[in-house]
Design a protein around this ligand. Sequence first.
Ligand code: AMP
Ligand code: MG
Length: 306
Amino acid sequence: MNTVCSINLYEDGTEKLYEKLCERLQELELIFDVNNSESEISKVNAAAGTGNAISVSRDFANVLEIALKVAEETDGAFNPSCGPLVKLWGINTDHAKVPADEELEKILPLCDYRNVIFTPATNSPSGLENKSAGGEVSLSLSGMSLDLGGIVKGYAADELVSILKANNVKRAILDLGGNIYVYGQKKDKSPWKVGVKNPDNPTGEPKLVLECSESSIVTSGVYERFFEQDGKHYHHIIDCKTGRPVENGIASLTIICGSSLWADVLSTTLFVMGEEKIEKMDFERFTPEFEYIIIMNDGEIIRSRF
Ligand code: AMP
Ligand code: MG
């Protein structure tokens, strides 16, 4: 996942269980790693424009289904087909640069999520679901590519949490590159404390310390992955309507939610939407319950109902 993951299982942390969790992470990495040409996502991307639909696993289908649903509900604020733009900007690579306007214009039509064709697996004739297959995916236009970097860490965290539950783990902290899950309860029954970084000084004192019961806390921030050119800061969250990093005054956006998948997808989505659209949106129609905290560039903090 191109990041550092840490897992603390406290008193239930046996070697065997840590191994099981790492194996599950590696399994997911083999599905979603865009840098591995054998991964499912790479196979889907390589088949773009050929008319071939690629069979995908249940894991892949679970993630893509939510990604497309959120894309539809938010008019593409979350856009799983942003791959060509992410590649063009090269953020977090050694060839990051501001693209020319013409390059952007050429690439924008390749980032229309409506050209991602997903056919979920149907029930088998006997009425039993086929557990191994998630369905088929094809990308209509040559040059299109999926990028699920804004959602997959959350899915991975939820998958680890189901292993914790199945193994009766009492308490744990998962940190998948900043995708936090505080699980169970602390020994002294006090709430978990989770810091929200100060966007102006991400390695310094946190801007806020949240007190949480079991939940996932996920932040999308301008300081996470970025480069500078001619004194200007270009971060990794792209508005696929303009093709450029989002500039709406938000420095970071944190979601607190029982599902890490939803916390992850919503942190990216709400970041793109911006404050005004967030306030008008009826999220309850298509998301589980969640809370958000926005830190604006000028340091102002905006919170949902607390
Ligand atoms: P996050 O840190 O969870 O907000 O995810 C950011 C990552 O999601 C980026 O590094 C890209 O891989 C991808 N991404 C960037 N812009 C978008 C977007 N508008 N919709 C969906 N994914 C995006
Ligand atoms: Mg995200």
